[in-house]
Design a protein around this ligand. Structure first.
Ligand SMILES: [Zn+2]
Ligand SMILES: [Zn+2]
Length: 346
């Protein structure tokens, strides 16, 4: 089969790979109908995690089940399914309390040794371990392009929104309007309608956030701290979400939050550092919540339900639809920030 592989820092290519086989009774083989390129794939492209040339890439996919092991009871051959980007075991202590991303055996598709050396989802076929848990059936009325967001970004948005505890009457600032920021705005909207300010410097991303129901603030044209103060009688936002994953966004969140407010860190961090003045956090009684990886299998039912009921729609994020064979072009467009979301068709 064909699949996308890492080809050294800054490069990917589409290569011939062995067809996957069932390796355990709880495995399933999925014929991928759509996969997507994620911001975290760019971390791999840039060499931020150990990756050898030839290792498969991709963790966002939907498809049709082609084969199941004898231990798979909840899914059948022929089911249309979304794939969780991080697979969980389902029976450890953390899985038991709904924290599947903290699973003792948490692994990520297409993430090299860091992800447990699983195969990549940007391919024609994918072996999914523990398929009873890590595949979700797609309802008839939900298309592949919408469902491909459920295994990662849309569910991350719902999860991030839930961590804020924001509801009617609250003022929320979302820093960064990429796919995760957009989906967080969609998730927040389902929580009873807090007022949402979307902060970014990319006009097209701000326009998308506005269509999702947020008030756009171009951070080079308007001081975001002032904008949020004006919206809250000078207090600052009740909740700020760092949907970027860069120290300047984190520091900006601290500047924008009111006393007693909650900062949710949803953007991905690895080795970055920042200086904390502990007294500033203590005296302002801030709540700081790091999201970590999304516990997809604990949360994705809500995201899929939102799609089925038509209350959320992530598909406006898709800027490019390319054949799998053009994956390198898709990565390059995304890396140059000329694409918001790239969907690949095998
Ligand atoms: Zn992703
Ligand atoms: Zn587990």
């Amino acid at each position: 089969m064909r699949g996308v592989v890492f080809d050294g820092v800054g490069a990917v290519r589409v290569a011939d790979l062995p067809d996957p086989d069932l390796e355990a009774p709880t495995d399933a083989i999925v014929r991928v109908t759509r996969s997507a390129i994620c911001g975290s794939d760019l971390h791999l492209l840039h060499g931020k995690a150990p990756m050898e040339p030839g290792e498969p890439l991709g963790h966002e996919a939907v498809g049709v089940i082609e084969a199941i092991g004898e231990g798979v009871e909840t899914r059948r051959v022929g089911d249309r399914v979304a794939v969780a980007f991080n697979v969980a075991c389902g029976h450890c202590w953390f899985c038991g309390i709904g924290q599947s991303s903290l699973c003792d055996d948490d692994r990520i598709f297409g993430y090299g040794i860091f992800g447990g050396a699983l195969p990549g989802a940007q391919a024609e076929r994918l072996r999914v371990p523990d398929a009873n848990l890590n595949l979700l059936e797609i309802p008839e009325g939900v298309g592949d392009e919408a469902a491909v967001f459920v295994g990662d970004v849309l569910t991350t948005g719902f999860y991030g929104a839930s961590l804020t505890g924001a509801g009617p009457g609250d003022v929320v600032a979302v820093l960064g309007c990429g796919p995760v920021g957009f989906c967080t705005i969609e998730g927040l909207r389902t929580q009873g309608g807090p007022t949402i300010y979307a902060l970014d410097r990319d006009p097209s991303r701000l326009a998308l956030a506005e269509t999702a129901g947020a008030i756009p603030v171009h951070i080079d044209e308007r001081n975001p701290v002032t904008a949020l103060a004006e919206a809250t009688h000078g207090r600052g936002a009740d909740v700020v979400i760092d949907a970027v994953g860069h120290p300047t966004a984190f520091e900006g969140a601290i500047d924008t939050i009111r006393r007693g407010g909650t900062v949710v860190v949803l953007g991905v961090y690895s080795s970055e550092t920042t200086e904390l003045q502990l007294g500033a956090y203590w005296s302002r009684a801030l709540t700081l919540r790091f999201a970590g990886l999304t516990p997809v299998v604990s949360w994705w039912g809500r995201a899929m339900d939102g799609l089925e009921r038509g209350v959320v729609d992530p598909t406006p994020l898709i800027s490019h639809r390319l054949p799998l064979e053009a994956a390198a072009e898709g990565y390059a467009l995304f890396d140059r920030r000329e694409a918001t979301k790239v969907v690949l068709e095998p």
